[in-house]
Design a protein around this ligand. Sequence first.
Ligand SMILES: [Zn+2]
Length: 473
Amino acid sequence: MLLVCLTVLGLNAYYSPCAAAPPRDHSLHLKSVPPTSTRNKLLLISFDGFRWDYDRNTDTPHLDKMAEDGVKATYVTPSFITITSPSHFTMVTGRHIENHGVIHNMWFNTTTQERKQYYQTQFVDSYWDNGSLPIWITAQRQGLKTGSLHFPGTAATYRGETVMVRQVESPVYDYSDEADWRMNVDKVIGEWFNQQDLDFVSLYFGEPDLAGHKYGPDSPEVREMVKQVDRTIGYMRDKIQEQGLTERLNVIITTDHGMSTIFRGEQANQIILSKIPNFSFRDIQFQLLDYGSVGMLLPKEGKLEKVYQVLKGSHPHLHVYKKEEMPERLHYSKHPRLLPLILIADTGYIVNGFLPLNYNKGDHGFDNEALDMKAFFRAVGPDFHKNLLVDPFDMTDVYPLMCHLLGINPEVNDGHFDNVKRMLASEKLPEGDRVAENNTSMQVVTGLAVTVGFLALVFVVATSYNVWKKRRA
Ligand SMILES: [Zn+2]
């Protein structure tokens, strides 16, 4: 567990034999390093599009119990662009999207005009294997056993290696089927962790993202899906208990992004590029539009400045950037795959080409500063504090947290372990750092103690008075 500290201190070089040595051999470890046999297993779960506040107006007894037994973050800030494949790859690499290069859900070729949708892109190795290693590969190289079920990036091969145990969904997979979710939980907990003794598994569920797109984030359908998520978490925790893993398995539940309501109808003032005066698709060599809140354009040679000037300021809810002018905080400008012009809509708007083709009532992809894009985070297990609420942190920070939990040496990453270490049981908490529920129970205890004390005092005074009266009589 000292690995990360040493890395932070720049002492990595002194510790590098760890990466090569069998990680269960801890004879070389310093005295303060706990034996690796105490290393617990880790399950990373993502429920796609589970906005940070989805548990607020829905009854979620299992999530509430999990928060009581573990750690809850106010929210997590995903990396920009807030969409599925880029954001999940940030989760398992700790890198900003401009650094890991999975810049979109879609693979595309600007010369041939070819595009591959989310599912097909999962099988384009070169798109994923692009300089950053996901935690599965890093952990395996350091002697751990890993698995991944449906998690974006699972299908790809990284420098000749794939995740040891994996399940990739079929192209017609139903991401919403609760019975299938339970089978996946049974497989991961019962077979992979218990029978095959894996150390790390990432597990992906495609909801409540789909319900959020179709019905909008504030719909009864989303609330129903949140209840389905909650039931699944209850089922999973029972399964963990039944398999005797409660004290050996840490569980992190998070997501790739939130969800925002899309404005519709006459008043919505839709963004449609073909309707913008002087804009012409004849100036464009390749475009990525009608895919939600962010669009990208490759203007034809010599047309960049013209297209930029035409689009900039053309719509009150459209932000137009040359990629090198993108706000630094978004970390979405440095990768060569990014096209020269990046268009970002305000929350509630979609960047359309010719027509408003996107009929979603909810969408994401927006600026990660928007509260609607913030992600959900919970953690429970032997290495986590109980009943603790922690402040927001970035999605990139989840990676160093996971490496620490697994006792592995992290790859170069953009996360900060210091932002998340507070949630670990090994870190001493300052007084008064528990969540509200705990404070309430403390108040109840204090109140009871005061009442009992007061009654005792009344009893003593009354008894003494009676004794005094009797003596006087
Ligand atoms: Zn989505």
